[in-house]
Design a protein around this ligand. Structure first.
Ligand code: UD1
Ligand code: CA
Length: 452
């Protein structure tokens, strides 16, 4: 089997500099969804017909298994398939997909290909409002006679509600003969692929139809409105799959997965969370409302509270993160670590049971076990040109409002008094403090505003 993905159309109604098929759906370009579905059918060839913005498309989705076919200018769907013809293997069927119909399902395509085993098969669907689509015209016996495009259809034909989704499977050996006979003598002056259907009927080739399971799987994207509508359909599919695997979602309509979300048992996800890249939530993880997790891994039993932002972070089991925590790339937390509100961690490791519960910046640091990082602690890791490391050993206690001017080490069991600016290493099991002696000035008067 060959698969040809038509993706040369301009997508004018997107009003965008980005080629239509590169617009993201669930975090992935539209055409990438189609390519992945195509791959799972294991065809001999996948041809991608590109035109407008082709170089950009190629740059972002190129893969060794794709055969690129340029269609320039774009003279219609039949003309597009003509360009791919030299690349097709002669035997079997050629399945035509659209690069802007991203949610087509593998099972639906398998049925279609099966129906085309000794002929031609068209994927159709009945719509309450078929406006704009090609209509399936049947004879008195109910057999397909031809497809007529909206712009060429008579008033009676326009009343037909069964439409051509554009997805069809054709006998490859017949294609060359049929495509040669296409003409552009029609309302749009285009070479219509759909005209092949009438030719097949005239040639005595079996023409069958199969139906899409839902109208949404055959919906195309022509505008930003349709893109947003399909995004919700895609997200609902993902949400349903997660729930079927045992994830509890506070509201399946308020989750956005733009990549891969892998969940263990009894995970709970509250409303308005966004997951990007690859995110792994182990058993019994709870994600509070309005969190963003990107390329993150959360250990079993950990809780991420509301409004936390995690990017490139690994959280161990039984952690408590947020609310309002920010974990940046290179953050690695061992079991039972607590990271509270307005704490930013970057490229830092915290060992078991350590805590940074309020208002801190910890960057380029290695923190031992059972360390307490007080409110207002800052690792001064950057001198404007270079970054330096802070090491805090096990059981250290960092008092509030402390600056650790890296490179610096806080020894095991050391205590830093509140307000310390640490510029040299703090010895283990010792109180280190840098603080201006406190004075009170008797008789001092606060300045007064002059009276008029
Ligand atoms: C086409 C069908 C119509 C069907 C509808 C479903 C034809 C003549 N008509 O109409 O029966 O109901 O799709 O959406 O086939 N493309 C190219 N090169 C071209 C023209 C189009 O690659 O020269 C690609 C587009 O990128 C798109 C697909 O083919 O992915 C369909 O093109 P579009 O212009 O949307 O076709 P319609 O006129 O909507
Ligand atoms: Ca279309």
């Amino acid at each position: 089997m060959n698969i040809v993905i038509l993706a040369a159309g301009q997508g004018k109604r997107m009003h965008s500099n980005l080629p239509k098929v590169l617009h993201p759906l669930a975090g992935k370009p539209l055409v990438e969804h189609v390519i992945e579905t195509a791959r799972s059918l294991e065809p001999q060839r996948i041809c991608l017909v590109h035109g407008h913005g082709g170089e950009a498309v190629r740059a972002s989705v190129d893969a060794p298994d794709l055969t690129w076919v340029l269609q320039e200018p774009q003279l219609g769907t039949g003309h597009a398939l003509m360009q791919a013809l030299p690349e097709l293997c002669d035997s079997g069927s050629t399945l035509v997909l659209y690069g802007d119909v991203p949610l087509i399902e593998v099972e639906t395509l398998k049925q279609l290909v099966h129906a085309a085993r000794d002929g031609l098969a068209i994927l159709t669907v009945e719509l309450d409002d078929p406006t704009g689509y090609g209509r399936i015209v049947r004879d008195v016996a109910g057999l397909v006679a031809r497809i007529v495009e909206q712009k060429d259809a008579s008033p009676e034909e326009r009343r037909i509600r069964e439409i051509n989704t554009g997805i069809m499977a054709l006998p490859t050996a017949r294609l060359a003969g049929w495509l040669k006979r296409l003409s552009n003598d029609n309302a749009q002056g285009e070479y219509y692929l759909t005209d092949i259907v009438g030719m097949a009927v005239a040639d005595g080739v079996a023409v069958r139809t199969t139906h899409a399971r839902s109208a949404s799987e055959v919906r195309g994207v022509n505008s930003k409105v349709q893109l947003a509508e399909l995004e919700r359909v895609a997200q609902r599919r993902i949400a349903d799959r997660l729930m079927e695997q045992g994830v509890r979602l506070a509201d399946p309509a308020r989750i956005d997965v733009r990549g891969e979300l892998v969940c263990g048992r009894d995970v709970f996800i509250d409303v308005n969370c966004v997951f990007e890249g690859r995110v792994v939530l182990d058993e019994a993880v709870e994600i509070g409302p309005s969190c963003v997790l990107r390329n993150a891994q959360i250990g079993a039993g950990s809780r991420v509270a509301a409004f936390s932002h995690l990017d490139g972070a690994i959280v161990g089991p039984d952690g408590v993160i947020g609310p309002f925590a920010r974990l940046r790339p290179g953050t690695e937390l061992a079991a039972g670590v607590h990271v509270g509100n307005f704490v930013e961690l970057k490229n830092s490791k915290l060992a078991e049971q350590s805590k940074a519960n309020h208002l801190a910046y910890v960057g380029d640091a290695v923190v031992g076990s059972r360390v307490n990082i007080g409110a207002g602690t800052i690792t001064c890791n950057y001198d404007g040109a270079n970054k330096f490391k802070t090491i805090i050993e096990d059981d250290a206690f960092i008092g509030s409002d402390t600056q650790l001017v890296a490179p610096v080490t806080v020894g095991r069991g050391a205590t830093l008094g509140a307000g310390t600016t640490l510029t040299r290493d703090a010895p283990p099991d010792t109180l280190t403090i840098s603080r201006v002696a406190q004075v009170s000035i008797p008789g001092w008067k606060r300045p007064q505003k002059a009276r008029k």
